[in-house]
Design a protein around this ligand. Structure first.
Ligand code: URA
Length: 211
């Protein structure tokens, strides 16, 4: 199976990402940009949603018009805490999507992802899942989140991030070659602390003003 990576290179996404990368972008601005970019990325990720045709009446004439076909709403699973920033924008586009949360923290010495929270809709086995985390760095959190969701047998899974490191994408696809990655950019590398270079720093700290 060829692992799929889609780089969403829309000019608005790239422009907003550049603003987010800049070290002097304020917390308020960073949070706003993350939300805007979340909505734009979701627009691209949902391009293949099936449509059905329903008879409607316009003020002029009847017609068969396209509407979203999915009976079961998509579930967006946010990897806490930085995933929340993207999630807020995604929900602007898909206000009735179902939402799950998975809490993972990185062990600071091993970078292994440790789960501390999980809450998902009860019927994940009938649903398409979009897992979101702005930074695909080592890949450990994304792998752990998808491992956990796969145990519940969903219809499909996609992974959406803002920035990916080549190492993280490779690692992720070694574990989950069937899960496509969507990202706004693939950066150069990881540094010795597991940060993406050039990256944008710690996405959670920049979103919430912690440091
Ligand atoms: N998580 C972040 O928030 N930033 C990185 O560069 C890597 C992981």
């Amino acid at each position: 199976m060829t692992a799929q990576v889609t780089v969403i290179d829309h000019p608005f996404v790239q422009h907003k990402l550049t603003l987010m990368r800049q070290f002097d972008t304020s917390t308020a601005k960073f949070r706003q940009l993350m939300k805007e970019v979340g909505m734009l990325l979701a627009y691209e990720v949902t391009r293949d949603l099936p449509l059905k045709y329903e008879p409607i009446k316009t003020p002029i004439a009847p017609m068969n018009a396209p509407m979203l076909a999915s009976e079961k709403k998509m579930v967006v699973v946010s990897i806490m805490r930085a995933g929340q920033g993207l999630l807020d924008g995604i929900l602007e586009l898909m206000p009735s999507a179902r939402v799950g949360h998975i809490g993972l923290y990185r062990d600071p010495s091993t970078y292994v992802a440790i789960e501390y929270y999980l809450k998902l809709p009860h019927d994940v086995e009938h649903r398409d899942i979009l897992v979101v985390d702005p930074m695909l760095a080592t890949g450990n959190s994304a792998i752990a989140a998808v491992d956990r969701i796969k145990e519940l047998g969903p219809v499909s899974i996609k992974f959406l991030c803002l920035l990916a490191a080549p190492e993280g994408m490779k690692h992720f696809h070694e574990h989950h070659p069937d899960v496509p990655i969507y990202t706004a950019a693939v950066d150069e590398k990881l540094d010795e602390h597991g940060y993406i270079v050039p990256g944008l720093g710690d996405a959670g700290d920049r979103l919430y003003g912690t440091k």
